[in-house]
Design a protein around this ligand. Structure first.
Ligand SMILES: NC(=O)N[C@H]1NC(=O)NC1=O
Length: 174
């Protein structure tokens, strides 16, 4: 889909198509619709980033809390969003050994207890070993550092999801 077509979409269709570029946060997409017309894909991505950056810290943490754990309950029960399922599978999260799963679950729990929001990383830009290493290292950061780091990862996830929707001719939800 090209950007000219995006600019003609009524908000219902815009939210329907782009509503999950930030995981389970269609309010971001719904808000950004008012910023049309977008001159380019990058402009749309920048509008989303600016909206997120303008949120209070509690809002940023809210966005992080909408993300499912990596290799967590939603993956085990098949209730991940389609996007998240593909991302987690691509990074091998659906094929962990039982020892790796236990380590992931334990570190995810530690991370959440320490910060009050889940560990978020752009799974498509990493792999199993990288995710485990980052999870273990990032557990030691300060809360504000982790909040900012998690939000930068959300933006990377968003960019790749947007690219998938805009830069291919793949059928979308319309
Ligand atoms: N917790 C977390 O990072 N979740 C995710 N990362 C990603 O790339 N897709 C997700 O669902």
């Amino acid at each position: 889909m090209d950007i000219a077509t995006v600019n003609t979409l009524p908000y219902e269709d815009f939210v329907n198509i782009f509503g999950n570029v930030v995981e389970k946060c269609p309010i971001v997409t719904a808000a950004v619709w008012s910023r049309r017309p977008f001159v380019s894909f990058t402009d749309l991505e920048a509008a989303i980033s600016e909206f997120i950056d303008a949120l209070p810290e509690s809002g940023k943490e809210g966005i992080l809390r909408c993300h499912p754990d990596l290799a967590g309950r939603d993956l085990q029960s098949g209730t991940l969003t389609r996007e998240s399922q593909q991302e987690q599978a691509g990074a091998g999260m659906d094929a962990l050994s039982s020892a790796e799963t236990s380590r992931m679950v334990r570190l995810n729990r530690e991370y959440k207890e320490r910060f009050g929001f889940p560990f978020v990383i752009c799974a498509r830009m990493s792999d199993k070993a990288g995710i485990l290493r980052q999870l273990s290292e990032r557990c030691r950061n300060e809360r504000a550092v982790e909040r900012a780091h998690g939000i930068e990862e959300v933006k990377k996830i968003c960019r790749l999801r947007l690219q998938g929707l805009l830069l291919t001719d793949a059928p979308n939800k319309l």
